[in-house]
Design a binder for this molecule. Structure first.
Ligand SMILES: [Fe+2]
Ligand SMILES: [Fe+2]
Length: 197
């Protein structure tokens, strides 16, 4: 399927799956992810599709998300302490079921799965979506002081590091449990950007 046809199909699904507000957020994340991909020389179609799809499972009832996560063998600590991140891996699985899985789909599915917590060894498409989602969260993080620094970053890795750092400090500042993938993501990007400012 050509990227434009796929994009139209993705939009049709999203319109059914999401509230108007989250649909709008998804369109913006898709647009921003494409823009970041263009700026940093990354696959633009994959970044946009992953940005569009990233929250596709966010409005699935939590009990259903948890039941799926248990069945899929996800980390029991994450299921118990941070169920709000499960919609990423669930949306990645739904992508595979609905759109199949070619070589580019791996990039899309990883970006969708990793968009909330990040992960160690993130690829550039996943970083573009991770950063785009943070910037678009709009009223919250998009308008935060970190957002300006993220937008000004000279590499996608540096932007991703700043997003991981902001998420980590928000969660620890509020005494919340930290998903291991976010800690690993932070350390990995710290090493990949050592010396960058
Ligand atoms: Fe999300
Ligand atoms: Fe989102």
């Amino acid at each position: 399927m050509r990227p434009e046809e796929r994009r139209q199909e993705v939009l049709r699904y999203l319109e059914q799956l999401l509230s108007p507000q989250r649909y709008h957020h998804s369109l913006e994340v898709g647009r921003l992810a494409r823009e970041l991909a263009g700026r940093f020389g990354v696959q633009k179609d994959e970044a946009e599709l992953a940005g569009l799809w990233h929250d596709a499972a966010k409005e699935v009832p939590m009990a259903e998300q948890i039941a799926w996560a248990k069945g899929a063998g996800l980390d029991p600590d994450v299921i118990r302490h941070a169920p709000q991140v499960l919609h990423g891996p669930l949306a990645a699985r739904r992508w595979e079921e609905l759109f199949g899985k070619g070589p580019e789909d791996d990039l899309i599915m990883a970006a969708v799965a990793q968009h909330t917590t990040g992960a160690p060894g993130m690829g550039k498409v996943a970083l573009a979506v991770f950063v785009a989602d943070f910037l678009e969260e709009g009223h919250g993080t998009g308008g935060s002081p970190e957002a300006g620094e993220v937008k000004a970053a000279n590499t996608l890795e540096r932007a991703g590091f700043l997003v991981a750092r902001a998420k980590l400090s928000y969660l620890s500042g509020h005494g919340r449990w930290i998903a291991p993938d976010l800690l690993f993501c932070y350390n990995d990007l710290w090493m990949r950007t050592a010396g960058e400012e």
